[in-house]
Design a protein around this ligand. Structure first.
Ligand code: ATP
Ligand code: FE2
Length: 330
């Protein structure tokens, strides 16, 4: 079976084509770079509406396939920006209806975990998924992917990007902060882990205040990273200890950061767990993860009725039964 997936929950849209063995036949994508400020949901929608019709034929050509070879359309149903999700869903619907093939809607966050497993060979990891819009510690338990910890306010990527914009470092902030952090030393910033959740908005305000107070930018960047990443690693570590799993997976755009990778790796090693990271092209948002999760969902639940293909803007990771995780262990 060949599945075509459409992603577009935030500022990036992508098409992926995979077969039922998980072979990637094509991958195409396009990212919106806002000229000023952050991402506006409507601009993201316009961007996706412009690019999806161009990326689909591009992916088909890359795969060397004809439209009659496609057996399934998969799309990210949520979570994400409403207007962007609606463009993705309506593109998927029109494609499935015009080709007369089944459609499935999938959870974007689970897509990250499943492509991470497919690309690295991890079987049942504790996953830290960190991006511009999401920060979650996810692990499979009793039939579903459970959220063991998550941000109480903004995502870590959003925190770094906001800091970058406000201090004139530019957007996205993550890569610039990483570079400057190399020449920094520690200043005190608030470390906020509540139960198994973390919070970044107070940390962001304090970092911005330190900047206003004339602290060295390198020192703020270093301390922002050390503090935020320690929070993420602490919660991942506690989930690992609780679940007694022996694999750790890091994914999402913020996983480009080598300091975060090193901290996660050290933590995993201390627990005799294997540390995995997918190739960077599969770590950020992409259509392949949607096409692949579509295969898993379709195998287990069959197609969605068109009337059930409405977007789910606040789609939670733990709303989806994931029987394939146990089945594949056998
Ligand atoms: P999602 O829809 O999953 O929230 P996204 O639209 O935020 O994804 P990604 O490509 O997964 O897209 O992540 C982008 C984020 O990654 C940005 O916030 C960016 O600052 C951050 N980032 C990129 N490189 C680095 C880096 N080297 N260090 C820290 N953060 C980084
Ligand atoms: Fe994502």
């Amino acid at each position: 079976m060949i599945s075509l997936g459409i992603e577009g929950t935030a500022e990036k849209t992508g098409i992926g084509i995979v077969d039922s063995d998980g072979n990637v036949l094509a991958m195409a994508g396009k990212q919106l770079y806002p000229e000023v400020g952050g991402i506006h949901p409507r601009e993201a929608a316009e961007h996706h509406a412009k690019w999806i019709p161009q990326l689909i034929p591009q992916a088909m050509e890359e795969a060397g396939l004809d439209y009659k070879d496609i057996d399934l359309i998969s799309f990210s149903q949520g979570p994400g920006l409403g207007p962007a999700l609606r463009i993705v869903a309506s593109s998927a619907r029109s494609l499935a209806l015009s080709l007369g093939i089944p459609i499935v809607g999938v959870n974007h966050c689970i897509g990250h975990v499943e492509i991470g497993k497919l690309d690295t060979g991890a079987k049942n990891p504790v996953t830290l998924y960190v991006s511009g819009g999401n920060s979650q510690v996810i692990a499979y338990e009793s039939g579903r992917y459970r959220i063991f910890g998550e941000t109480l306010d903004i995502a870590i990527g959003n925190c770094l990007d906001h800091f970058g914009r406000e201090t004139g470092l530019g957007h996205p902030g993550g890569p610039v902060v990483e570079k400057l952090a190399k020449d920094g030393s520690y200043i005190d910033l608030p470390y906020v882990v509540k139960g198994m959740d973390f919070s970044f908005s107070g940390l962001l305000s304090s970092a911005l205040r330190a900047h206003e107070n004339g602290e060295r930018i390198e020192d703020i960047c270093f301390s922002l990273q050390e503090t935020a990443f320690a929070m993420l690693v602490e919660v991942t570590e506690r989930a690992l200890a609780h679940t007694e799993k022996d694999e750790v997976l890091l994914c999402g755009g913020v996983s480009a950061n080598s300091r975060l990778r090193d901290m996660m790796k050290i933590m995993a090693e201390e627990h005799y767990a294997k540390f995995y990271m997918p190739e960077m092209k599969y770590s950020g948002d992409n259509g392949v993860m949607i096409a692949w999760l579509g295969q898993l969902m379709y195998d287990n639940f069959g197609p969605l009725d068109i009337k059930d293909t409405a977007i789910i803007q606040r789609f939670r990771t733990d709303e989806v039964d994931a029987p394939w995780v146990d089945n594949r262990k056998e």
